[in-house]
Design a protein around this ligand. Sequence first.
Ligand code: KIV
Length: 272
Amino acid sequence: MSTQSSAPVRRLSITDLRKMKGAGEKIAMVTAYDATMARLVDEAGADAILVGDSLGMVFQGHDSTLPVTLEHMIYHGAAVRRGLARSQGRAHLTVDMPFGSYQASIDEAVKAAMRLVAEGGAEAVKLEGGAEYADVIQRIVRAGVPVIGHIGLTPQSVHKMGGYLVQGKDSEKAHHLLRDARALEEAGCSALVIECIPAELGRVVTHQLRIPPIGIGAGPHCDGQVLVVNDLLGMDGAFKPKFVKRYAQLGGSIAEAVGAYATEVRSGAFPA
Ligand code: KIV
Protein backbone atom coordinates (compact mmCIF):
# COMPACT_ATOMS: atom_id res chain seq x y z
CA MET A 1 0.00 0.00 0.00
CA SER A 2 1.36 3.38 -0.91
CA THR A 3 2.05 5.69 2.00
CA GLN A 4 2.10 8.69 -0.27
CA SER A 5 -1.06 10.76 -0.35
CA SER A 6 -1.45 13.44 -2.96
CA ALA A 7 -1.56 16.82 -1.23
CA PRO A 8 -4.88 18.62 -1.65
CA VAL A 9 -4.77 21.36 -4.26
CA ARG A 10 -4.41 24.81 -2.76
CA ARG A 11 -6.70 27.00 -4.79
CA LEU A 12 -5.90 30.64 -5.38
CA SER A 13 -7.79 32.97 -3.07
CA ILE A 14 -8.84 36.50 -3.90
CA THR A 15 -5.87 37.64 -1.78
CA ASP A 16 -3.53 35.58 -3.96
CA LEU A 17 -4.95 37.29 -7.06
CA ARG A 18 -4.32 40.69 -5.46
CA LYS A 19 -0.78 39.66 -4.52
CA MET A 20 -0.09 38.73 -8.15
CA LYS A 21 -0.27 42.42 -9.00
CA GLY A 22 2.43 43.23 -6.44
CA ALA A 23 4.57 40.37 -7.76
CA GLY A 24 4.16 41.56 -11.36
CA GLU A 25 2.42 38.31 -12.36
CA LYS A 26 -0.41 38.58 -14.89
CA ILE A 27 -3.77 36.99 -14.08
CA ALA A 28 -5.24 34.67 -16.75
CA MET A 29 -9.02 34.60 -16.28
CA VAL A 30 -11.48 32.76 -18.52
CA THR A 31 -15.21 32.12 -18.38
CA ALA A 32 -16.82 28.70 -17.88
CA TYR A 33 -20.46 27.75 -17.51
CA ASP A 34 -20.50 23.97 -16.95
CA ALA A 35 -18.62 21.31 -15.01
CA THR A 36 -16.69 19.77 -17.93
CA MET A 37 -15.39 23.08 -19.27
CA ALA A 38 -14.56 24.24 -15.73
CA ARG A 39 -12.39 21.14 -15.17
CA LEU A 40 -10.64 21.54 -18.54
CA VAL A 41 -9.98 25.25 -18.06
CA ASP A 42 -8.81 24.73 -14.48
CA GLU A 43 -6.45 21.88 -15.32
CA ALA A 44 -5.11 23.86 -18.30
CA GLY A 45 -3.78 26.42 -15.82
CA ALA A 46 -6.21 29.35 -15.66
CA ASP A 47 -5.71 31.44 -12.51
CA ALA A 48 -9.33 32.49 -12.31
CA ILE A 49 -12.66 31.28 -13.69
CA LEU A 50 -15.61 33.60 -14.19
CA VAL A 51 -19.13 32.26 -14.47
CA GLY A 52 -20.08 35.30 -16.51
CA ASP A 53 -23.60 36.38 -17.32
CA SER A 54 -22.30 36.20 -20.91
CA LEU A 55 -23.85 32.74 -20.56
CA GLY A 56 -27.09 34.48 -21.51
CA MET A 57 -25.64 34.98 -24.99
CA VAL A 58 -23.24 32.07 -25.58
CA PHE A 59 -25.12 29.38 -23.63
CA GLN A 60 -28.78 30.45 -23.68
CA GLY A 61 -28.76 32.09 -27.13
CA HIS A 62 -30.16 35.50 -26.12
CA ASP A 63 -28.88 38.66 -27.82
CA SER A 64 -28.01 40.30 -24.49
CA THR A 65 -27.21 39.34 -20.88
CA LEU A 66 -30.39 40.97 -19.59
CA PRO A 67 -32.64 37.86 -19.39
CA VAL A 68 -30.19 36.02 -17.10
CA THR A 69 -31.61 35.49 -13.59
CA LEU A 70 -30.08 34.88 -10.18
CA GLU A 71 -31.35 31.28 -10.33
CA HIS A 72 -29.51 30.76 -13.65
CA MET A 73 -26.26 32.09 -12.15
CA ILE A 74 -26.62 29.86 -9.09
CA TYR A 75 -27.32 26.84 -11.31
CA HIS A 76 -24.23 27.43 -13.51
CA GLY A 77 -22.04 28.45 -10.55
CA ALA A 78 -22.85 25.20 -8.77
CA ALA A 79 -22.14 23.17 -11.93
CA VAL A 80 -18.75 24.86 -12.34
CA ARG A 81 -17.97 24.34 -8.64
CA ARG A 82 -18.69 20.58 -9.04
CA GLY A 83 -16.30 20.51 -12.03
CA LEU A 84 -13.58 22.18 -9.95
CA ALA A 85 -14.09 19.68 -7.15
CA ARG A 86 -12.98 16.95 -9.58
CA SER A 87 -10.02 18.81 -11.04
CA GLN A 88 -6.40 19.31 -10.07
CA GLY A 89 -6.11 23.00 -10.97
CA ARG A 90 -5.97 26.01 -8.70
CA ALA A 91 -8.34 28.54 -10.27
CA HIS A 92 -10.29 31.00 -8.15
CA LEU A 93 -14.05 31.13 -8.87
CA THR A 94 -16.05 34.33 -9.39
CA VAL A 95 -19.74 34.36 -10.31
CA ASP A 96 -21.49 37.34 -11.93
CA MET A 97 -24.39 39.12 -10.27
CA PRO A 98 -27.04 39.25 -13.01
CA PHE A 99 -29.14 42.22 -14.09
CA GLY A 100 -31.80 43.01 -11.50
CA SER A 101 -30.11 41.24 -8.60
CA TYR A 102 -28.25 44.23 -7.10
CA GLN A 103 -29.69 47.45 -8.55
CA ALA A 104 -32.98 47.76 -6.67
CA SER A 105 -31.82 47.75 -3.05
CA ILE A 106 -28.72 47.12 -0.97
CA ASP A 107 -30.44 44.42 1.09
CA GLU A 108 -31.45 42.50 -2.04
CA ALA A 109 -27.91 42.83 -3.38
CA VAL A 110 -26.38 41.44 -0.18
CA LYS A 111 -28.83 38.51 -0.13
CA ALA A 112 -28.17 37.75 -3.81
CA ALA A 113 -24.39 37.82 -3.26
CA MET A 114 -24.74 35.48 -0.28
CA ARG A 115 -26.83 33.02 -2.34
CA LEU A 116 -24.19 33.03 -5.09
CA VAL A 117 -21.63 32.01 -2.45
CA ALA A 118 -23.76 29.56 -0.45
CA GLU A 119 -25.60 27.87 -3.34
CA GLY A 120 -23.56 28.83 -6.41
CA GLY A 121 -20.10 28.02 -5.02
CA ALA A 122 -18.70 31.51 -5.66
CA GLU A 123 -15.60 32.75 -3.86
CA ALA A 124 -16.24 36.28 -5.15
CA VAL A 125 -19.02 38.02 -7.03
CA LYS A 126 -18.69 40.50 -9.89
CA LEU A 127 -21.05 43.38 -10.53
CA GLU A 128 -21.20 46.07 -13.20
CA GLY A 129 -21.20 49.80 -12.46
CA GLY A 130 -19.17 52.70 -11.13
CA ALA A 131 -19.16 54.98 -8.07
CA GLU A 132 -22.97 54.81 -7.84
CA TYR A 133 -22.56 51.20 -6.57
CA ALA A 134 -19.98 52.02 -3.87
CA ASP A 135 -22.49 51.59 -1.04
CA VAL A 136 -23.75 48.26 -2.44
CA ILE A 137 -20.19 46.98 -2.73
CA GLN A 138 -19.29 48.11 0.80
CA ARG A 139 -22.24 46.20 2.24
CA ILE A 140 -21.54 43.00 0.25
CA VAL A 141 -17.90 43.11 1.31
CA ARG A 142 -18.98 43.73 4.92
CA ALA A 143 -21.10 40.57 4.67
CA GLY A 144 -17.89 38.65 3.93
CA VAL A 145 -18.14 38.34 0.15
CA PRO A 146 -15.27 39.64 -1.99
CA VAL A 147 -16.41 41.81 -4.91
CA ILE A 148 -14.88 42.33 -8.34
CA GLY A 149 -16.07 45.54 -10.01
CA HIS A 150 -16.72 45.89 -13.76
CA ILE A 151 -16.49 49.23 -15.61
CA GLY A 152 -16.03 50.46 -19.17
CA LEU A 153 -18.40 48.59 -21.46
CA THR A 154 -20.96 47.15 -19.06
CA PRO A 155 -23.24 44.86 -21.12
CA GLN A 156 -26.12 45.06 -18.62
CA SER A 157 -26.39 48.79 -19.53
CA VAL A 158 -26.52 48.12 -23.27
CA HIS A 159 -29.66 50.24 -23.72
CA LYS A 160 -28.22 53.16 -21.76
CA MET A 161 -24.92 52.98 -23.70
CA GLY A 162 -26.75 52.73 -27.04
CA GLY A 163 -24.96 49.51 -28.03
CA TYR A 164 -21.82 47.52 -27.31
CA LEU A 165 -19.47 50.46 -27.86
CA VAL A 166 -15.92 51.33 -26.80
CA GLN A 167 -16.07 53.49 -23.65
CA GLY A 168 -13.86 56.29 -22.24
CA LYS A 169 -12.80 57.60 -25.63
CA ASP A 170 -12.79 61.36 -24.92
CA SER A 171 -10.91 62.93 -22.04
CA GLU A 172 -14.00 63.77 -19.98
CA LYS A 173 -15.26 60.17 -20.18
CA ALA A 174 -11.77 58.86 -19.48
CA HIS A 175 -11.58 60.98 -16.30
CA HIS A 176 -15.01 59.78 -15.28
CA LEU A 177 -13.93 56.15 -15.72
CA LEU A 178 -10.79 56.76 -13.70
CA ARG A 179 -12.89 58.30 -10.89
CA ASP A 180 -15.14 55.22 -10.96
CA ALA A 181 -12.13 52.90 -10.78
CA ARG A 182 -10.81 54.73 -7.69
CA ALA A 183 -14.26 54.77 -6.06
CA LEU A 184 -14.61 50.99 -6.55
CA GLU A 185 -11.17 50.37 -5.03
CA GLU A 186 -12.11 52.65 -2.13
CA ALA A 187 -15.42 50.79 -1.66
CA GLY A 188 -13.55 47.53 -1.11
CA CYS A 189 -13.40 45.80 -4.51
CA SER A 190 -10.65 43.18 -4.66
CA ALA A 191 -10.16 43.50 -8.42
CA LEU A 192 -11.78 45.16 -11.43
CA VAL A 193 -12.78 44.02 -14.88
CA ILE A 194 -12.27 46.84 -17.39
CA GLU A 195 -13.97 46.19 -20.72
CA CYS A 196 -13.53 47.83 -24.13
CA ILE A 197 -11.62 51.00 -23.34
CA PRO A 198 -8.62 52.51 -25.14
CA ALA A 199 -5.34 50.77 -24.29
CA GLU A 200 -3.81 53.99 -22.91
CA LEU A 201 -6.70 54.41 -20.48
CA GLY A 202 -6.27 50.75 -19.49
CA ARG A 203 -2.62 51.52 -18.73
CA VAL A 204 -3.46 54.57 -16.60
CA VAL A 205 -6.15 52.72 -14.60
CA THR A 206 -3.77 49.81 -14.01
CA HIS A 207 -0.98 52.14 -12.91
CA GLN A 208 -3.17 54.13 -10.51
CA LEU A 209 -4.86 51.26 -8.63
CA ARG A 210 -3.52 48.98 -5.93
CA ILE A 211 -6.05 46.29 -6.91
CA PRO A 212 -5.57 44.42 -10.21
CA PRO A 213 -7.56 45.53 -13.25
CA ILE A 214 -8.30 42.56 -15.51
CA GLY A 215 -8.91 43.69 -19.08
CA ILE A 216 -11.04 42.56 -21.98
CA GLY A 217 -10.46 44.78 -24.97
CA ALA A 218 -8.55 47.18 -22.69
CA GLY A 219 -5.04 46.74 -24.05
CA PRO A 220 -1.93 44.87 -22.93
CA HIS A 221 -1.03 46.85 -19.79
CA CYS A 222 -3.73 45.47 -17.47
CA ASP A 223 -2.73 43.20 -14.58
CA GLY A 224 -4.65 40.35 -16.21
CA GLN A 225 -6.85 39.44 -19.14
CA VAL A 226 -10.24 37.74 -19.36
CA LEU A 227 -11.86 36.13 -22.40
CA VAL A 228 -15.15 34.35 -22.96
CA VAL A 229 -14.16 30.70 -23.37
CA ASN A 230 -16.30 30.19 -26.49
CA ASP A 231 -14.47 33.10 -28.19
CA LEU A 232 -11.01 31.89 -27.13
CA LEU A 233 -11.78 28.41 -28.49
CA GLY A 234 -13.27 29.69 -31.77
CA MET A 235 -16.66 28.03 -31.26
CA ASP A 236 -18.52 30.57 -33.40
CA GLY A 237 -16.79 31.29 -36.70
CA ALA A 238 -19.09 34.25 -37.36
CA PHE A 239 -18.29 36.11 -34.11
CA LYS A 240 -14.92 37.78 -33.73
CA PRO A 241 -14.66 41.14 -32.01
CA LYS A 242 -11.33 42.90 -32.62
CA PHE A 243 -9.94 42.18 -29.15
CA VAL A 244 -10.58 38.42 -29.28
CA LYS A 245 -7.76 36.04 -30.15
CA ARG A 246 -8.86 32.54 -31.12
CA TYR A 247 -6.46 29.95 -29.74
CA ALA A 248 -8.34 27.10 -31.46
CA GLN A 249 -11.00 26.63 -34.14
CA LEU A 250 -13.28 24.25 -32.25
CA GLY A 251 -16.37 25.31 -34.20
CA GLY A 252 -14.76 23.88 -37.34
CA SER A 253 -13.48 20.76 -35.54
CA ILE A 254 -16.94 20.04 -34.11
CA ALA A 255 -18.59 20.43 -37.52
CA GLU A 256 -16.00 18.09 -39.04
CA ALA A 257 -16.35 15.45 -36.30
CA VAL A 258 -20.15 15.46 -36.21
CA GLY A 259 -20.29 15.47 -40.02
CA ALA A 260 -18.00 12.40 -40.17
CA TYR A 261 -20.12 10.65 -37.52
CA ALA A 262 -23.38 11.37 -39.40
CA THR A 263 -21.87 10.13 -42.67
CA GLU A 264 -20.70 6.89 -41.04
CA VAL A 265 -24.04 6.28 -39.32
CA ARG A 266 -25.82 6.70 -42.66
CA SER A 267 -23.39 4.45 -44.53
CA GLY A 268 -23.33 1.82 -41.79
CA ALA A 269 -19.58 2.27 -41.19
CA PHE A 270 -20.36 3.09 -37.56
CA PRO A 271 -20.69 1.08 -35.42
CA ALA A 272 -18.17 -1.31 -36.93
O1 KIV B 1 -20.09 38.00 -18.48
C1 KIV B 1 -18.89 37.87 -18.77
O2 KIV B 1 -18.44 36.86 -19.32
C2 KIV B 1 -18.01 38.98 -18.47
C3 KIV B 1 -16.65 38.98 -19.10
C4 KIV B 1 -16.75 39.24 -20.55
C5 KIV B 1 -15.73 39.91 -18.42
O3 KIV B 1 -18.38 39.87 -17.77
